[in-house]
Design a protein around this ligand. Structure first.
Ligand code: PRP
Length: 183
């Protein structure tokens, strides 16, 4: 660790090396599942941008990318269930094979809403790929097709994940010190 924000991190949960290995494994699974196809990877901003960038470079089948930004109303450390589209996709998705790429699946509120919205646009298929999953936090059931790591309810930052918009640039995933978020 050698970043100024390292001091706020209690411990490293997944190192750069561990993340690289797991991302490569997920990409290999996607390559196998989408042989002969051309998936469209949809990154849900902002948290997923780092995972998306690493994942897409490990995928060897032809693929395209698009981005969506959503936000939950009244969001503190967890999401409330209401979702607002801040930025919609740039492309039509009808008939396409979508892979929605997320950094973390928590209550499932964001994703269940988003997946419904995307399904209504009649893609050929939609699968969900999340780097982190906190199953203990689930409120809405969401089918996960590719999952990097299942974790307990830790407050995690880094590798795209933020606390108050900071820490996204840390190259590892760490557990934030409770003193930082007042836990
Ligand atoms: C995170 C994450 C998901 C959502 C998951 O985004 O990227 O979109 O929360 O939570 P849920 O399962 O409880 O709905 P966040 O709202 O923190 O925005 P960000 O990606 O811009 O950091």
């Amino acid at each position: 660790m050698e970043y100024m924000l390292d001091k706020d991190v209690e411990r490293v949960l997944f190192s750069e090396e561990e993340l690289r290995e797991r991302v490569a494994q997920i990409a290999a699974q996607i390559d196998a599942d989408y042989a002969g196809k051309e998936p469209l990877l949809v990154s849900v901003l902002r948290g997923s941008f780092v995972f998306m960038a690493d994942l897409v470079r490990q995928i060897h089948v032809p693929c395209t990318v698009d981005f969506m930004a959503v936000s939950s109303y009244g969001k503190g450390a967890s999401s409330s269930g209401q979702v607002k589209i801040i930025k919609d996709l740039s492309e039509q998705i009808e008939g396409k094979d979508l892979i929605v790429v997320e950094d973390i699946l928590d209550s499932g509120n964001t994703l269940s809403y988003l997946l419904q919205l995307l399904q209504a646009r009649k893609p050929a298929s939609v699968r969900l790929c999340t780097l982190l999953d906190k199953p203990s936090r689930r409120v809405k059931e969401v089918e996960v097709n590719y999952s990097g790591f299942s974790i307990p309810d830790y407050f995690v930052v880094g590798y795209g994940l933020d606390y108050a918009e900071k820490y996204r640039n840390l190259p590892y995933i760490g557990v934030l010190k409770p003193s930082i978020y007042g836990g």
